[in-house]
Design a protein around this ligand. Structure first.
Ligand code: NAD
Length: 483
């Protein structure tokens, strides 16, 4: 059993009132950590520490910050196995994914933004005919509140924290209550590399009426960068309005994965399986609506079912496991209830559709990879984000129809199209209203590119220059020229 404390002003501390909550592993639903439960008092202290640390950190400049942030990246790599194992225990993702994807990417988030901040410049506008020269100054924004989800705990926390720190902000992070452990290990790494106290703080707790809400209503927090559900985004927006915080939201999705008849079917089958089953389907970007062109529909479905049935579900600490348990019993119930609803709504279950309870799996939150065929986009299961390993497959005839179905959604986070036809690829990429479109690939990212969502999936963009814009204030300086 681990004890997880807040990290405030460079020190690990319990809550003032001694309150704690339990972190349970989805592998067998036993308690693995007792976690300090923060609220207004802890957020107040963390924000005050971040505010005190801000002038020095902001004034230090990107090159000196880069030195420290590179050491944080080194620290993540040095402790990679330990971090990966706790991530897996905490939220159930397969250890191989934690080791080879999440943790290296967490280190890379620091390296990428540490370098980026050194390179980032500003614009200038020369206007001699009016006798003025205008240039842009960029200044670190201030104290940033970072609120993150449980599906990629360290990877998504560092996606927010690394750019904020690199561009000169100080941070109070509130990790998801389901997966608090690696945020605290990151705090140890920051302390050990000599990051000044108060620059990075972690307060644990829940969202509403807890540490999350305290952060969103705090008058001395300048911005909130949030990843999580769209409804939570709505609540944060309302809570943050009185104090006029700058907001950046990355939220839910129900992305369409469009497979055309001329696609490379091997690549499309492999990509589609990953697109829904990777990370137990607990992926905002998941291609959870699979649109397949009629001539290949039956063949594609058969190959998909074959792939789903071969997908290895089991103990996530086993390196050969491809799918672990769902994050919590509550989430398991939600996913199972959507599986039931899909059948009530008339979709055809072709594989999976049940909890896995063989042997040791009975103690955990395991669900079989599930595929429904002949779904209709108007069904609730095609409109709501299920956030589990449940694929809804539907046929289409013409590409226009696929685009129309893809756009019939309140979400607009991502999408995929598999085709060998360049015109089709461009057309789908342009006409589907979504923040990221993948053509003949899935999940590949370039951190310089904008990342975010249309409609209910997001507010603003992060990545490269977009993060630079969010985490800095911009000022126009207008100079009178002689003559
Ligand atoms: P969630 O919205 O329930 O929680 C996310 C975080 O917000 C947690 O830290 C939680 O404690 C906090 N929170 C909850 N209510 C709050 C409130 N009222 N005020 C302040 N903080 C509050 O989301 P989740 O279940 O942890 O994550 C799954 C969701 O995240 C899915 O919808 C998924 O699509 C989305 N997601 C989006 C992206 C993206 O990049 N767009 C990435 C990963 C996950």
């Amino acid at each position: 059993m681990r004890e997880i404390l807040h990290f405030i002003d460079g020190e690990f501390v319990p809550s003032e009132d001694g309150a704690t909550f339990e972190s349970v592993t989805p592998i067998d639903n036993t308690v693995i950590a007792r976690v300090a439960l923060g609220g207004t008092a802890e957020v107040d202290r963390a924000v005050a520490a971040a505010r005190r640390a801000f002038p020095e950190w902001a004034g230090m400049g990107p090159e000196a910050r880069r030195e420290l942030l590179m050491r944080v990246a080194d620290g993540i790599e040095e402790r990679l196995d330990e971090l990966a194992e706790w991530e897996t225990r905490d939220m159930g993702k397969p250890i191989t994914a934690a080791r080879t994807k999440d943790m290296p990417r967490s280190a890379y988030n620091f390296r990428f933004f540490a370098d980026y901040a050194v390179q980032a410049g500003t614009k200038a506008w020369d206007k001699p005919w009016d006798g003025v020269f205008t240039y842009e100054l960029r200044e670190p924004l201030g104290v940033v509140g970072s609120i993150s989800p449980w599906n990629f705990p360290l990877m998504l926390l560092t996606w927010k924290v690394a750019p904020a720190l690199a561009f000169g902000c100080t941070v109070v992070a509130k990790p998801a209550e389901q997966s608090p452990i690696t945020a605290s290990l990151l705090a140890e790494i920051c302390r050990d590399v000599g990051m000044p106290p108060g620059v990075f703080n972690v307060v644990h707790g829940y969202g509403p009426e807890s540490a999350g809400e305290a952060l969103t209503t705090h008058p001395d927090v300048d911005a909130i960068t949030f990843t999580g559900e769209s409804n939570t985004g709505r609540a944060i927006m309302a809570a943050a309005a009185p104090t006029m915080k700058k907001l950046s939201f990355e939220m839910g999705g129900k992305s369409a994965n469009i497979v055309c008849a001329d696609a490379d079917l091997d690549a499309a089958v492999a990509g589609s399986l990953r697109g829904i089953f990777v990370n137990q389907g607990e992926v905002c970007l998941a291609g959870s609506r699979l649109l397949v062109q009629r001539p290949i529909y039956e063949e594609f479905l058969a190959r998909l079912v074959e792939g789903a049935e071969a997908w290895k579900v089991g103990d996530p600490l086993d390196p050969s496991t491809q799918m672990g348990p769902l994050v919590s019993e509550e989430h398991l119930e939600k996913v199972l209830s959507y599986i039931e609803l899909a059948q009530e709504e008339g979709a055809k279950l072709v594989t999976g559709g049940h909890r896995l309870v063989d042997g040791e799996l009975a103690e955990g939150n395991y669900v079989a990879p599930t595929i429904f065929a002949d779904a209709d986009n108007s069904m609730r299961v095609c409109q709501d984000e299920i956030f589990g390993p449940v694929e809804m497959v539907m046929p289409f005839d013409e590409v226009e129809e696929a685009i129309e179905i893809a756009n019939q959604s309140r979400y607009g986070l991502a999408g995929m199209v598999w085709t060998r036809d360049l015109d089709t690829a461009h057309r789908v990429a342009r006409e589907v209203r979504t923040g990221t479109m993948w053509v003949n690939c899935f999940f590949v990212r370039d951190l310089r590119a904008p990342f975010g969502g249309y409609k209910d999936s997001g507010l603003g963009r992060e990545g490269g220059d977009y993060s630079y814009e969010f985490f800095t204030e911009s000022k126009a300086v207008v100079m009178k020229l002689d003559g």
